[in-house]
Design a protein around this ligand. Structure first.
Ligand code: HEM
Length: 300
């Protein structure tokens, strides 16, 4: 018979996700962005939308798409992400049944896959907060430098520990810096981590292990006046203090070595950690299913 009290369904089951994906792919390949393809900044949007989660208070996270509101939209860590949000606005308009919260994550997942990364299971079900009442406070996203290597390592563990991640997952997630670049007008840092910043690979870990990294001194013939960052001998590639921290800490470095040698392992661990990251604080209807709960309990 009819269920006595059916859960209110969100509108995401009326969405043609294949069509949404095709439109995201069109965006990823749009000539308008030839100079700097959208993939990496879309991945950063999905990460920063999710990375505010606090497991103690169960606040923050990708549910709600709260980065539309202040103060989150003005958090220094989110500088430049309006560019990514604006790119996705026409797709939201075309598919009104897709929540922005789902779209931001789906765009990140699609970008990773289209740039050659692992496939990541995507589940819709996030809803958009109607107002700013659930916006998390600023300062929940990581800083790239806390002065001393051990303070930076502690900071990474504090921030990602707050979300519920272990050392291995922290290192795996950091591998996303194979993609994209730093912008002096966003974070103050400059340059790409790898020579193929629109290819998802384990290159970030290989470079961390194999290159000689030294503090950047000059930029385009002049003295570098930006924050401390590291460069390779060519001066073309960069690492943040928080990237270098991963080879200054024994436990972190263990995983950098594993992922530098084994790209399949990196892809597998990254896919799992990125799904976890982007689902923090989101409740999916299927999670209420007793069989799913039991399976989780047994398999972890
Ligand atoms: C870019 C810091 C972890 C993905 C950046 C930038 C900074 C930064 C400073 C440059 C922003 C700009 O100037 O445009 C950090 C720190 C982290 C961290 C301190 C942790 C300790 C992550 C994680 C991911 C990620 C976990 C994803 C799983 C990206 C991507 C970009 C980026 C894809 C490139 C964006 C673009 O090209 O526009 N990050 N990040 N980052 N980050 Fe991270």
């Amino acid at each position: 018979g009819e269920a006595m009290c059916e859960l209110p369904k969100d509108k995401s089951d009326k969405v043609d996700w294949k069509a949404v994906r095709a439109d995201i792919c069109k965006l990823l390949e749009d000539d308008k962005y030839e100079k700097e393809p959208p993939g990496p900044v879309l991945v950063r949007l999905a990460w920063h939308a999710s990375g505010t989660y606090d497991s103690a208070t169960k606040t923050g996270g990708s549910n709600g798409a709260t980065m539309r509101f202040t103060p989150e939209s003005t958090d220094g860590a989110n500088a430049g992400l309006h560019i990514a949000r604006n790119m996705l606005a026409p797709i939201k308009d075309k598919y009104p049944n897709v929540s922005l919260a789902d779209l931001w994550i789906f765009a990140g997942v699609t970008a990773i896959e289209e740039m050659g990364g692992p496939s990541i299971e995507f589940r819709p079900g996030r809803t958009d907060a109607p107002d700013a009442s659930t916006v998390p406070p600023n300062g929940r996203l990581p800083d790239a430098d806390k002065g001393q290597p051990n303070s930076t390592c502690q900071h990474i563990r504090d921030i990602f520990g707050r979300m519920g991640f272990n050392d291995q997952e922290m290192v795996a997630l950091s591998g996303a810096h194979a993609l994209g670049r730093c912008h002096t007008d966003r974070s103050g840092y400059w340059g790409p981590w790898t020579r193929a910043p629109t290819t998802f690979s384990n290159e970030y870990f290989r470079l961390l292990m194999e290159e000689k990294w030294s503090p950047k001194k000059t930029h385009e013939g002049k003295k570098w006046t930006g924050p401390l960052q590291y460069e390779d001998p060519t001066g073309e590639l960069m690492m943040l203090p928080s990237d270098i921290a991963l080879i200054q800490d024994k436990e972190f470095k263990r995983w950098v070595e594993v992922y530098a040698k084994d790209e399949d392992r990196f892809f597998k661990d990254f896919a799992r950690a990125f799904k976890k990251l982007t689902e923090l604080g989101v409740s999916f209807p299927e999670d209420d299913n007793i069989l799913v709960k039991l399976k989780k309990l047994v398999l972890g």
